[in-house]
Design a protein around this ligand. Structure first.
Ligand SMILES: [Zn+2]
Ligand SMILES: [Zn+2]
Length: 241
């Protein structure tokens, strides 16, 4: 299978996980506690992937231009998720007072759309380099996809939208991920820019979106699950790379 075909199939899988996350919140009787474990496990695994695989590969591809592109990727997410949107965090949105102006929900959704677009860019860029890099990035992405869809749907509910709009918001994140993969199918020669940018985005999502949610949890259990995520990554690297 060509790297792009594999990326499209895995991009679609990630998109399904987004929709599943949206369904968790729309269906009130579905248990959502386990989502915290995905956030913790995902953050550790993602940090391992970003720092030990994506960054070195970006430096190799883009040379001295890589660090600036990584920084740009990092701040693109900060700008769209947290500056334009104003109020954003992973997990269930319970601060309805932040969404008195209903359009606020859409500005936050825009931030998430940009982040998920780069999830797709990251998967396809990985596969264009090697099967190993593609798979490990896919795993880093899929681990936070369900909480991501859940977050988007809960923001829509907090800003007074209907359940169907809420679920649709999570589906849009899935579409944005697939759009990111397809973008790389067209611009596969821009790998030396796309991988460093996606590395910065991945670093942001892991360290600045997910870890803060882990730190909000009382006790040490969630903090330990982060190490489990890193450990899982290191094991995979040891056996498969
Ligand atoms: Zn909130
Ligand atoms: Zn994501």
């Amino acid at each position: 299978m060509s790297p792009i075909t594999t990326s499209i199939l895995l991009g679609l899988t990630a998109a399904v996980a987004n929709g599943l996350g949206g369904a968790v919140i729309v269906r009130k009787n579905w248990d959502r506690r386990y989502l915290r474990y995905f956030i913790a496990l995902g953050s550790g695994f993602m940090l391992g992937t970003a720092l030990l695989e994506m960054l070195p590969e970006s430096l190799r591809l883009a040379g001295p231009k890589a660090p600036l592109l990584i920084l740009v990727g990092y701040f693109v997410v900060h700008f769209f998720e947290h500056t334009v949107g104003g109020h954003f965090h992973f997990g269930e949105e319970t601060h309805a007072e932040e969404f008195v102006q209903p359009h606020r929900g859409f500005s936050v959704l825009l931030g998430l759309i940009i982040h998920t677009f780069f999830d797709g860019i990251a998967i396809a860029s990985g596969f264009l380099i090697s099967g190993w890099l593609g798979w490990v990035i896919f795993l880093a992405v899929i681990l936070h996809k369900v909480p991501e869809g859940f977050t988007a749907a809960s923001i829509m509910l907090a800003s007074g939208r209907s359940k169907s709009v809420a679920w649709f918001a999570s589906a849009i994140l899935g579409l944005a991920t697939v759009a990111g993969v397809l973008t790389m199918a067209v611009f596969s020669r821009s790998l030396n820019a796309s991988l460093p940018l996606a590395s910065g985005v991945t670093l942001y999502v892991a360290a600045s979106d997910l870890i803060p949610e882990v730190n909000k949890e009382p006790g040490i259990r969630m903090a330990l699950v982060v190490f489990l995520g890193v450990g899982l990554f290191v094991l995979l690297q040891y056996f498969f790379h």
